[in-house]
Structures are given as structure tokens and as C-alpha cells.
Design a protein around this ligand. Sequence first.
Ligand SMILES: [Fe+2]
Length: 210
Amino acid sequence: MNINQIYRPRSFNLSALEGISDRTLDMHFKLYEGYVKETNRLNENIAEFLKDGQIDQEEMPAYSELTRRLGFEYNGMVLHEYYFDNLTKSRRSEPTSTSAFRKAADESFGSYATWKADFVGVGKMRGVGWAICYQDPANQRLSNHWVTLHQIGNVAGFIPVLVMDVWEHAFLLDYKPSERSQYIQAFFVNIDWDRVEKRLGDCTAARSAA
Ligand SMILES: [Fe+2]
């Protein structure tokens, strides 16, 4: 297989969301495709260095620079897939009262409302990045994290359950930079809670609890 084609951009059947325009989505899909392309390109370039089976000392600076960029490009690709996947035209801004997600939020934060206050708070933090609700596979606890750029703040082995892009490109065509909270409100109206529930179901123990 051509290493340059290891990853192929996925297409997402998303349009007519509430408060997130098709124009924004189209621009955002193209941006995501750029991360896929760049991930493939980095892998291709690193493979070139490895062709002779070793990294020569004089190759080390260029090889290191490419390798350091993997975290940014891989996470840029993967987090956008999580983000688009947890959006839909549901018009259902809250999980149902009997849902597994609400139960997990209750158990982890005392109440769903407190979980939401924390997640929204993380989303409003200054800077570019992501608000991500993860589940720890060792004890099923939910926690919300701020991920700067795409690669700083991800927790190894935790399962992303709900992923919200709060880079300005995610909302700037629809809102002013100061209106991030309106975008976050719109994001909630379009959450695919069924998808979020399925991610909880995927939570097989990758790390033991004790
Ligand atoms: Fe984005």
C-alpha cells in the first residue's frame, strides 16, 4: 500500500444544522481533509528516512521535526472525525432522562447540570483548542478537558465521548469571536446523543482500575 494513502478523508452527511451553517461545515470539512493529507505526507516523509533501515545522525534534525509534528496532524485528523460524528440534525440539546450518558454525568459530577456547566466552561476558555469529555476506561468516570491546539492535554487511553471544536474557524462565519457562547449553545442543539451513548458502550478496559 502506498503509505501516502494510509488515511483517506471521510465524508460526513451533515447539513442544515441549527446555528452552524452549511458554509461553515463545508469550509471545516476541507480543513479536516488537510489534516488527513498532512498526516499521510508526514508518514511518507518519515518512511523516506527509514528506507535504509536507520536514522543517520545528520538526518536527525529533519527527522525529529517531522516526528514532532505527528501529534498535531494526527490529532487534527482524529478529533475532527469525533467532532463531525457527534453532530446531527437531532434538535435534541439534552440527553434523555434515562440515558447512560446522563447517569455517567450524574455519577461523575453529582448532576448532569454540573457536568454541563463544566463542559461549557471548558469550551469558553481563552485560546484555541477543544473541549473534550472523556471516559476513563478503568473506572467509567467522565471528566472534561481542555486540549490546546490538537495535541496538548489529551489523556492517554481515555475514550473521547463528546468532542467540541472551539477553534475560531468552527464558528467565525456564523458568529463574532466574542460570541463563542452562542456557538456552544448551537453545538448543544445539534449533538448526536445516540452516538455519544455508543462511545460509552465502547469503553472496554484498556487500563486496569487498581
Ligand atoms: Fe476545526
